[in-house]
Design a protein around this ligand. Structure first.
Ligand SMILES: *Cc1c(COP(=O)(O)O)cnc(C)c1O
Length: 425
């Protein structure tokens, strides 16, 4: 595998972009390599600047569920471009996209479009605080909700009541209202509600955690959160930036049959363009300005190109729902190959078209079990696959994404490469 051009571009980029990248995981630090720079993509494949071809299992971290350069999406974008890139005034497509979202996710009676998942979550939390007149929020160890200050809180069993930011530059004051519970641990939630019940504006959770690797909610856990939030008059927010339109047309809330008060979306709803959205009960969303007194705005919010890409993507998903069966079956084939090769040496967590392979013999059910993984083993596995033309997420703690552009050939090739992974010693 030749990577001369990637290395040259990386070195140049490092002189003027922190770490050479515009989002940290892209730097391949966690897998002890230097990144490949991508030139183009098509269907299930991405191509780097040195001409190497890879089967892509990152799919831009989720958005490319239809595969890259889907014809209808690209055509919709081109058509929208001809009419103007941005107006800073309302357009029909914003209504069309939001209406489509509410048809597919009925709990989103009213929705505001923004430009990223980070912004969606930050705004949903502001709305929840404005609506309840409470300040605290409860999140879970290992769940990622974007990089806004109050949510960049280190998890850890010792930090049940004291939340310490896990990024420099975030004052302790900004995270003092962030309470941390353990994923899949009902008692950790109950304890916090007993102590701070009248201060908690909302519980926020990734209904399937996908940012500590994929971790599934245990049976009844989401329902438990629904009930305890009702009991204490707090809101329940599902961060479906990954699971929305990934687990099915109705997201995780449909999959598990648990309805949150507010939902945040991103990734897939932009079809590859920068978009986010937050929405929920009309009564709650009407606290948002200009109807209510919770301020939130954006120059490029509801951007015409992004909404065009989002509408085209959601329409395909809505009209061909058997996509979800197909991508799940493809994912299961890879799961089987991993199990055949590694057996009990690894823990494989999968649901729908999301999966992670953890290099640990523990069952991964939360953050503390996720971090028992051997990241050196993962790095080796990643490098082996990359050299064989298979592009996996460059971190042990990220999900792998399968798209409907992955062909049987892609899946078979990937499975064979995994089954032939050499013994390490
Ligand atoms: C990616 C992600 C975000 C942040 O979205 P950005 O568009 O990267 O800002 C928030 N929540 C979850 C669950 C995510 O996976």
């Amino acid at each position: 595998m030749n990577s001369d051009k990637s290395i040259e571009l990386f070195n140049k980029s490092k002189t003027c972009i922190p770490g050479g990248v515009n989002s940290p995981v892209r730097a391949f630090q966690a897998v002890k390599r230097t990144p490949v720079f991508i030139e183009k993509a098509n269907g299930s494949k991405i191509y780097d600047v040195d001409g190497n071809e890879y089967i892509d299992y990152v799919c831009s971290w989720g958005p490319s569920i239809l595969g890259h350069t889907n014809r209808s999406v690209v055509e919709a974008v081109k058509k929208a471009c001809e009419k103007g890139l941005t107006f800073g005034a309302p357009t029909e497509n914003e209504y069309v996209l939001v209406k489509l979202i509410s048809e597919m996710i009925p709990s989103m009676e009213m929705t505001r479009l923004v430009s990223s998942g980070t912004e969606a979550v930050m705004s949903a939390i502001r709305a929840a605080r404005g609506y309840t007149n409470r300040d605290a929020i409860l999140k879970f160890s290992g769940c990622y909700h974007g990089h806004s200050d109050g949510l960049l809180v280190k998890a850890g069993s010792g930090a049940l009541t004291q939340s310490v930011p896990n990024s420099k530059g975030v004052p302790n004051d900004y995270t003092k209202n962030t309470l941390i519970a353990e994923y899949n641990n009902e008692k950790s939630v109950e304890d916090l509600f007993k102590e701070y019940g009248d201060k908690i504006a909302a519980v926020i959770i990734e209904p399937v955690a996908a940012n500590m690797g994929v971790v599934l909610p245990k049976k009844g856990f989401l329902q438990f959160l629904r009930e305890i939030t009702i009991k204490y008059n707090a809101l329940l927010i599902f961060d479906e930036v990954i699971t929305g339109f990934r687990l099915g047309t109705g997201g995780a809330q449909e999959y598990f049959g648990v309805t949150p008060d507010l939902t945040t979306l991103g990734k897939i709803i932009g079809g590859g363009m920068p978009v986010g959205a937050y929405g929920g009960k009309k009564q709650i969303m009407e606290v948002v300005s200009p109807v209510g007194h919770v301020y939130q705005a954006g120059t490029l919010s509801g951007n015409p190109i992004a909404t065009a890409a989002g509408i085209a993507t959601l329409n395909i998903l809505k009209n061909t729902p058997d996509i979800y069966k197909r991508i799940e079956l493809q994912t299961n084939k890879i799961v089987n190959a991993v199990k055949e090769r590694f057996g009990d040496e690894v823990c494989v967590n999968n649901i729908g078209s999301l999966m992670s392979i953890f290099f640990t013999s523990s069952k991964v059910v939360d953050f503390s079990t996720a971090i028992t993984s051997d990241t050196n083993k993962f790095a080796h596995y990643f490098g082996y696959l990359l050299e064989k033309g298979i592009y996996m997420p460059p971190s042990q703690f990220e999900a792998m994404f399968i798209s409907c552009a992955h062909t049987d050939d892609d899946i078979n090739k990937t499975s064979d490469v995994i089954k032939n992974y050499p013994n390490l010693n």
